[in-house]
Design a protein around this ligand. Structure first.
Ligand SMILES: NC(=O)C1=CN([C@@H]2O[C@H](COP(=O)(O)OP(=O)(O)OC[C@H]3O[C@@H](n4cnc5c(N)ncnc54)[C@H](O)[C@@H]3O)[C@@H](O)[C@H]2O)C=CC1
Ligand SMILES: O=C(O)[C@@H]1CCC=N1
Length: 268
């Protein structure tokens, strides 16, 4: 992996997070990470922050890189693939990260056999705590699949899943950091309303969320039981739980997942 060149076509929020994850984990030297973008300003920022190699022409990434992330938004896929398909190296691995984009649909766009990975990462890859789901087409060798898993594991957890579940994963781990940030912001707003300084409120709220997530992952105890352990009889927590139930918090989240999946399924 050390000698591989990893490229990003589209240098927006998700590309920046993965680039940061790769550079911070020293998976490959920073100069072996390439990015192109429609406009130059974001590229210059990425070069300054991470020391990567930049280009304004997407074809430069296609010609140079062994692994190419298509990190533009889904509606740009057709145009970008049309632009780069003749330049992609024969053995290159293309990684699709766009919501709603399938392997089959994009195999057709290349009009020749190409190794394709569909991956759904999330922005916490930037701090080494990403969660990425992976599917591949049949052209990747077992060794290449291992390399791709190692790539994503260099900045978090990664797991192979059936591609038919990718839209569900998009809602569950791809988008969910946004819901969690809303939750943290709301916790902090409530605390600030009752006098806690804003900076402390974000620290206390975010560390509680981090600790609770670790409890689920590391103890293996059912989340409902962990919740029960916090609710002292006749205590404060059960008052909050009853209030959240009254406002339908759990159903609101279930409904938000369904809206997310429907949106992915409407993207072509
Ligand atoms: N933001 C996130 O948390 C996640 C995003 N994704 C996927 O990542 C992709 C990018 O999403 P974001 O980074 O959020 O969007 P973004 O809008 O921040 O980034 C897209 C970038 O692509 C550039 N671009 C547009 N057309 C281009 C072209 N023809 N050639 C080169 N660059 C071009 C834009 O200038 C922009 O910098 C999407 O497909 C999204 O579904 C997947 C998982 C999580
Ligand atoms: O909002 C989006 O469409 C992308 C996919 C998952 C997270 N962000």
């Amino acid at each position: 992996m050390k000698n591989k060149k990893i490229g990003f076509i589209g240098a927006g929020n998700m590309a920046k997070a993965i680039i940061g994850g790769i550079v911070n984990s020293h998976l490959v030297p920073a100069k072996n990470v390439y990015a192109s973008n429609r406009t130059e300003a974001k590229l210059v920022e990425l070069k300054q922050e991470f020391g990567i190699t930049i280009a304004t022409d997407n074809k430069v990434i296609a010609k140079t890189c062994d692994i190419v992330f298509l990190s533009v938004t889904p509606e740009m896929y057709e145009k970008v693939i049309e632009e780069i398909k003749a330049s992609i190296k024969d053995n290159a691995i293309i990684i699709l990260i766009a919501a709603g984009q399938s392997i089959e649909q994009n195999e057709q766009r290349f009009q020749r056999p190409v190794k394709i990975v569909k991956a759904m990462p999330n922005t916490p890859v930037l701090v080494g705590e990403g969660m990425t789901a992976i599917s591949t087409n049949a052209l990747l060798t077992a060794g290449e699949k291992e390399d791709i898993q190692k790539l994503f594991e260099s900045f978090g957890k990664a797991a192979f899943i059936d591609e038919s579940l990718m839209d569900v994963v998009t809602a569950t781990s791809g988008s969910s950091p946004a819901y969690v940030y809303q939750f943290i912001e709301a916790l902090a707003d409530g605390a600030v309303m009752h006098g806690l300084p804003r900076k402390d409120a974000y620290l206390f709220a975010a560390q509680a969320v981090l600790g609770a997530a670790k409890m689920v992952l590391e103890t293996g105890i059912h989340p409902g039981e962990l919740k029960d352990q916090v609710c002292s009889p006749g205590g404060t927590t059960i008052e909050s739980i009853a209030t959240l139930e009254k406002h339908g918090m759990r159903y609101a989240i279930i409904d938000a997942i369904a809206a997310n999946i429907n949106k992915s399924r409407s993207i072509h």
